[in-house]
Each structure stands twice: as structure tokens, then as C-alpha cells.
Design a protein around this ligand. Sequence first.
Ligand code: URP
Ligand code: ZN
Ligand code: ZN
Ligand code: ZN
Length: 512
Amino acid sequence: SATQFCSAGISGNDVASCGVPSPSTRILIKGGTVVNAHHQQVADVYVEDGVIVAVQPNIKVGDEVTVLDATGKFVMPGGIDPHTHLAMEFMGTETIDDFFTGQAAALAGGTTMHIDFVIPVNGDLVAGFEAYQHKSKKSCMDYGFHVAITKWDEGVSRDMEKLVKEKGINSFKFFMAYKGSLMVTDDLLLEGLKRCKSLGALAMVHAENGDAVFEGQNRMIELGITGPEGHALSRPPVLEGEATSRAIRLARFVNTPLYVVHVMSVDAMDEIAKARKSGQKVIGEPVVSGLILDDHWLWDPDFSIASKYVMSPPIRSVGHGKALQEALSTGILQLVGTDHCTFNSTQKALGLDDFRKIPNGVNGLEERMHLIWDTMVGTGQISATDFVRITSTECARIFNIYPRKGAILAGSDADIIILNPNSTYEISSKSHHSRSDTNVYEGRRGKGKVEVTIAGGRIVWENDELKVVPGSGKYIEMPPFSYLFNGIEKSDANYLSSLRAPVKRLRYQPTS
Ligand code: URP
Ligand code: ZN
Ligand code: ZN
Ligand code: ZN
């Protein structure tokens, strides 16, 4: 498939001849089934200057409008990926996809917005945020940021407030793993949870017990297990379950909502299910690799194959993925991310002699929408409306940008895909748009293809061709106090009055 990148300011061998973005700012999508999370109907969608103006049957327009026939196809909100790492410095190297190539790949796969993780500079949040503002200047689609917290002091606490009140940040991530680099301890996590609560920001956790992972890695090395399989063996599901449970209980103690990123195991999912059943506000995000792949690849004798699948928490044994799909289809888990964090085969080879040095991460930004449609809608596990909810709408609600994003409604941003349910595809590193030379879904075929992507009101993907412009993507500010914070003040007040209840005091008074 041809890729035309507008090359202003961009260098690299992936830049082909300069494509001209669609000149028309007026687009009519005719006759498709328009799908929102709550409803679907056959209707036309009219777009002008980057915004959806009307959604209704039989819209009439003049000649100057680009008309796309969507008869027999699904017209849906572009995907929003809540979890990516573009241009991230990590484990002694930097992810191969940056804010241009990663986003171009996303657009070719029907994702029109992503939320990336700002990594602080020596613990400094604002310096980290500024570095990511710079990295993201070349963006060709809309994006937002979460900010990781890696140390604790007055400055960090003050910066959190500044980022929320002035910079459009409404979520902070705590890594409970990666001992010696990003990992936080329980005291830091507690401070962070309290601060998030006071700011109306959502606390997110990478839930693995980092101390136990360190012990598990030493155990493998002592046994002489140095290959990629050692990665899975050193950090089993029990360590993910433990950290998930710990984070959930601390969030309950603080009484603030919690978002668990990349839920990879039944162990972690069960903790989320239990907490939700008790009424706690916990969001669980499985990622495509965890839903679809299993860990047998890590035992492949060819290091260049096995190392592709190294990510954390690890891709689990057969059974976990299917259970996570079921949890997603029944609402125990709420939305799907990718954790797109790509390293090419040369970078993965940093860990040729020691699995601990293999840069952690897999691709998925281009494949997420296709694989979820094929695996879950294609098999009848979920409906098209569910698909929209878990790939777009729920993310927009959680990060408080709905209905600007995540919906096909008059007034929403014109981020739209047209998916042909009868069209097929095959995934390959030869044809994908990521800069990586490998793909963890190599050779996988599927049905249901994104034929058109409209981002910010422009046709950027059509006829297997990308027409993307660096700098055209907008930073999306995300306001605090999403729906997840509703009722927290009341439940805090109830808790306080329960402590003072005379009935309770009497119960503990000795009787004469
Ligand atoms: O292996 C992974 N997941 N790499 C990205 C960093 C993270 O933990 O999300
Ligand atoms: Zn150009
Ligand atoms: Zn993580
Ligand atoms: Zn991640």
C-alpha cells in the first residue's frame, strides 16, 4: 500500500513523495450504518471544517462537497487509544515510532486519537511535559497526555496541580514495577493517590510487584535461564494479582477512583471484578496483545521472534486472553488499549544474552481496531455498539472529553472511520506503517477493514493510501473531575459521620 507523507520537517526513509491532503473541508458520508455506543441507525453524516454538523437520513448538499458512499458499511467514531508510548526513552534506547510514524500507523488502522505517557525528566513533571510537547510537534492526529510520577516531594505535588489546572492533564500514572528506574513504593503511591483525589485527576497503575519481579529475575539467572522465556517465568500472574489488589485496596482506603493499565491476567482481572462488585470505582484496561496472543512465542528458539513478544506484564499462557475478552464483553473491563511501545529487532537484540535487557514493548496502534472487530464482533461476542464503546466512547468518558470525542453527534469532532465488514486484510511488517521491522501479529488475517479514516475533518486514509500532514494534530486538553468522581464528596461525608456515630462509640464502651 502506498504511503504519502508530507515531508515538511520530517526526515527518514519512510518519507515518500508528498501527498496532498484532501482540499475539501466539507464531506458527506452517505447511506452507512452510523454506530454510537448507545445506538445505531442508517443515516448520512455531514462534516464541515473539522466538525460533525448533522447526522440524519437523506442529507442534501451542493457540488463542492466530497461525497463518500458508505452503503453496507459501518460509520463509527475513530478509535481512541488510551495507552501508547511514542518516542519514549526506555531501557537504554528509544521507541522506534515517534509522534509522526506512530500516528500515521494509527490513522491507517482507524485510530484518530491517542493518549501517551509523559515520562518526567529526573522526576521533574513540568520538564517532562515540555519535552513531550516538543516531541509531539510533528503530530498528524489529535493526542493527549497522562503524566507518570516517579518520585515524591513538594515540587512534584505542586507540579501536579499546575499540570491539572493549566496544562490539560487529568491523569497520573504510577509504576509499581521497574525497580531501580520508574518504580514507586507504597508510601509514594499513597501520597499520589491523595493528591490525585484532591485535584480530580485519575490515578493509573502499572500493577506488578517490582520487588518480587526483581527476585524472580535473579531466580531465573541463577537457574541459567537467560532467554526471552525467562521474562515470563520471572514475573508470573501472581505478582500482577498482588499489585492489582494492593493498588485497589489503597485506592479504596483513600476513596479515589483507580485505573489499572494493561490488565494481562485472570489474577488481576478477578481483583478488579471483586472491587467493582463491591461498588468501588475501578477501571480495567486490557490491551490487544493480552487479549489475542499467548506466551508460547516466548519459547521460540529464534531469539528474533521470541524477543518481539517481551512486554510487561508478560503476555500470559493460553486461557488468560479469552477470559479477558469475556470480561470485556460483560463490562467487568471497560476499554481496550494497545500499550504500543515498539522496538525494532536490533533494539530487541540488546537482550540477546539476558532477557532483563530486552526492551519491553509490542506494537498494536495500527492493528487494535481491526483485531478487536475481527476477534470480538466477528465472532458475535460483542455488538458494533459495544465495539464503539470499548474502542472509543468509554475512553472519551473516562478522560472527560466526551462527546467532543468518542461520538458521531452534531458538534463532535469529525474523527470518523468507515469500516467494511466484508473486506479482508493480512497484517505484515512489509505493509504496516510503523517504523518497526517486525510485527507481533505477522501473517494474521482478518475480516472487517477500515477503508476510510477522517481525522479532524480531513480524509487521511482512503484506497490504502495515507495522506497525513505533520503538525496537523492538536493537543487535546482533558479537564479534571470526570464522571468517576461523582459522589466522592458524599461518600467521604458518610464515612466521617460514621466515625462519629454515637451508636458506634457506645458499642465499644465497657458496660458496668
Ligand atoms: O512492556 C511495556 N509495557 N512497555 C511499556 C512500558 C509500560 O510498562 O507500559
Ligand atoms: Zn505536503
Ligand atoms: Zn506499564
Ligand atoms: Zn505502557
